[in-house]
Design a binder for this molecule. Structure first.
Ligand SMILES: [Zn+2]
Length: 284
């Protein structure tokens, strides 16, 4: 016969199972349709945070068009919106046909159900490598596929897709003081290392990372007034054209990617985020 204690434990387990984890009823950040009220605040880290007072990047502006409007990921910290508009204007003046802008953040930032680990505090933006000056229809913005500028083996840039203008594109982006780092596929960094003459200081901001062969990812540093925004460690000094880059192009990196792909996806809950994000998600 079961002891009283045994029944109590069994009942407790059953109750816990019925109640489920306390986070089960959390709304999905991706389902919230409007930004939280101002002031604008990037809260937490790039891959563990949220955003108050976000601003929507208009779908079109001088020198740029936003892609995949249905994803509702065109919100950012006002500083990111200003950066994109300024960068687009600068590139237009330099002769780039027009930027195609991918994901920024959700209306209140936060974790995304698909696609990115970061982009959570409104200071990250993906920009396609293909220029486009023709106004795209809404349907084209949904269906057009980006083209990789890196060859199939991941080791070199694709000669048919990569141009000197791409190097200038990245160099111009890195020239903005508010840009903290730019993620690109390792083959792209290698190409820039090999072809950059003169000043090489900007190469420090160009960081090799997985993927990022269809688009590059610009990350702004934390706005100085956002006390709750967590910068990541500064980029190492030097141009980064060294053994750290060589690793990204090695078999070890391939094995590491395989290992990462096998890990179960980690779904962040409110308990994983700074406490202030609870109010950001809950604000009407
Ligand atoms: Zn990105």
């Amino acid at each position: 016969m079961k002891s009283v204690l045994g029944w109590v434990v069994a009942a407790a387990i059953l109750l816990f199972a019925l109640a489920g984890p306390i986070t089960a009823a959390e709304p999905d950040w991706g389902d919230v349709r409007d930004p939280a009220p101002p002031p604008a605040l990037a809260i937490g880290g790039y891959a563990r945070g949220c955003l108050a007072g976000a601003v929507a990047l208009p779908a079109d502006g001088p020198g740029y068009q936003v892609m995949r409007l249905s994803r509702d990921r065109f919100y950012g910290h006002p500083r990111l919106i200003r950066f994109i508009e300024g960068f687009a204007e600068t590139m237009r003046a330099e002769g780039w046909d027009g930027l195609l802008v991918g994901d920024l953040a959700q209306p209140r930032g936060g974790p995304m159900s698909s696609g990115h680990r970061s982009h959570q505090i409104g200071l990250d933006v993906d920009i396609w490598f293909q220029p486009e000056d023709r106004p795209l229809s809404e349907a084209e913005r949904e269906s057009r596929s980006a083209v990789s500028v890196v060859s199939g083996n991941g080791q070199t840039v694709e000669p048919a897709e990569w141009t000197d203008a791409h190097a200038r594109l990245l160099r111009t982006a890195a020239g903005f003081a508010e840009v903290e780092r730019i993620f690109v596929g390792a083959a792209i960094k290698r190409k820039l290392c090999a072809t950059t003459v003169g000043d090489r200081g900007w190469l420090a901001k160009i960081r090799p990372w997985w993927g990022h062969v269809y688009h590059f990812h610009v990350r702004l540093r934390c706005p100085p007034e956002d006390a709750a925004c967590g910068n990541q460690a500064p980029v190492p000094p030097g141009d980064g054209c060294d053994e750290t880059l060589a690793w990204w192009l090695s078999d070890d990196a391939k094995a590491e990617l395989e290992r990462l792909r096998k890990l179960p996806p980690k779904r962040l809950t409110l308990n994983d985020l700074p406490p202030a994000c609870r109010a950001v998600l809950g604000d009407p």
